[in-house]
Design a protein around this ligand. Structure first.
Ligand code: GTP
Ligand code: MG
Length: 394
């Protein structure tokens, strides 16, 4: 690489001029025990590797001397008013001037001498390069719960939903091509920022790579709250995947409901039992909830597409093929069939001289059809309304 060293004096807090290759961005909240060593190591790593770079510390008004010490150690300190790991990075990214951004914690858990390895991958065309800590965790570096439960479960769930191929999605040491950031459109303020980067890079079809790094015990106090931050990651995964949050459970419920109702209404013998009324009510409930949840999923997809530029190819194809009128026709037809079934009940009742009413099976079927028909009619309108903003109503 044809880069030159530009070591800066510790008291120079302004941005260096010229074409910078690497901006090391370090989020920092009350890390006065570590920050000098971390900034010094990052600067040394740049000098040793003859990479022209800068070190930025993104601080959220640390209550200790972190910001002052970071400046003294030669970092450019960016004060980010909004609290949070993600907010700190977003502020740091805005200030960064390098072609590449290398990210790492201010707690001595990562070795900034890895910088050239990240740069090599980026030079080779990668957009996002992830460290993978899981094969090299030093004793005492990661609690048992995080190592064997939290990280594998959350990374596994992330890959089940988004197929990113990244094995350690929460690794704090990573590097990104600065010009790839607009495509990633990052926005989350908290620790879930780590997941967001991986998911958005994958959705934007960026070149993501990963290699093994060491993970060392932390100096100072952890800012990670296992349950709160674990939940924030999980919540982020769920709300960014309407297919898995709504459509998969909705379709399963619908299939189950229809199967149960069909079995009872057609009098199919299962285990030689009479599965009558109670099963039918359960089947009806599953059918209605299933349709409702699917409708919510479609609306969530439409919202993602029109308001978040989050386009799922199959949803886009479906949107192109189906119009509001298709939904109204399907919903209207189901409601109509439900009304016919209800009419049959009334006719039979009349034929029985309005005697005792005992057509519960048919009544449940009629009500179910009418409910899901009306749900589909109104959900179709809602889907159409969500598209109004961009004049995409269909
Ligand atoms: N500016 C800023 N930095 C933060 C905030 N929360 C955490 N950090 C920094 O982000 C990095 C990651 O936080 P850590 O506490 O190390 O969390 P972790 O790496 O997931 O877990 P441990 O290293 O085990 O504590 C550290 O450098 C923190 O100082 C925040 O709200 N604002
Ligand atoms: Mg850390």
């Amino acid at each position: 690489m044809s880069t030159t060293i530009t070591p800066r004096p510790a008291d120079d807090a302004g941005p260096p001029v010229g074409d910078l290759v690497v901006s090391v961005v370090i989020p920092c909240l009350n890390e006065e025990e570590n920050i000098v060593a971390v900034v010094t190591q990052a600067r040394e790593a740049l000098v040793d590797a003859r990479i022209r770079g800068e070190v930025i510390v993104a601080d959220n008004n640390s209550e200790d001397r972190s910001a002052e010490l970071a400046t003294q150690a030669g970092a450019r300190v960016v004060h980010v008013p909004r609290r949070g790991y993600g907010s700190a990075y977003l502020g740091g990214f805005e200030a960064a001037q390098g072609r590449y951004i290398v990210m790492g914690d201010a707690d001595l858990t990562y070795d900034f001498h890895e910088i050239p390895n990240f740069v090599r991958e980026l030079d080779d065309g990668a957009d996002l390069v992830m460290g993978n800590r899981m094969n090299n965790i030093q004793p005492g570096a990661m609690p048992w719960l995080h190592r064997y439960v939290g990280n594998p479960l959350l990374s596994g769930f992330l890959n089940a939903l988004f197929r990113t191929g990244v094995r350690d999605a929460h690794c704090g040491m990573r590097a990104v091509r600065r010009s790839a950031l607009p495509a990633m459109d990052l926005r989350t303020p908290g620790m879930e920022f780590a997941s967001e980067m991986v998911i958005r890079a994958s959705k934007a079809n960026l070149d993501i790579r990963e290699f093994d790094i060491q993970y060392h015990p932390r100096g100072g106090e952890s800012k990670l709250s296992t349950w709160r931050d674990g939940w924030r990651h999980l919540r982020f995964l769920l709300v960014h995947s309407p297919t898995h949050l709504f459509l998969v459970p909705g379709l399963l419920l619908l299939a189950l409901g229809v199967a149960i109702m069909g079995t009872v209404l057609l009098g199919i013998d299962v285990f030689g039992r009479d599965w009558s009324i109670h099963s039918l009510i359960a089947g009806s409930l599953a059918t209605i909830v299933g349709v409702q949840v699917i409708s919510l999923g479609l609306c969530a997809h439409a919202y993602g597409m029109y308001f978040m530029s989050d386009v799922d190819p199959w949803f886009d194809r479906m949107r192109a093929r189906y119009r509001l009128e298709h939904g109204l026709a399907i919903g209207g037809a189901l409601t109509f069939v439900g009304l016919i079934v209800a009419g049959v009940i009334v006719v039979r009742w009349a034929a029985d001289d309005f005697g005792a009413l005992a057509q519960t099976d048919l009544a449940i079927a009629a009500v179910t059809l009418m409910v899901i028909g009306l749900q589909i009619v109104f959900s179709s309108f809602l889907l159409s309304i969500i598209g109004l903003r961009r004049g995409q109503t269909r």
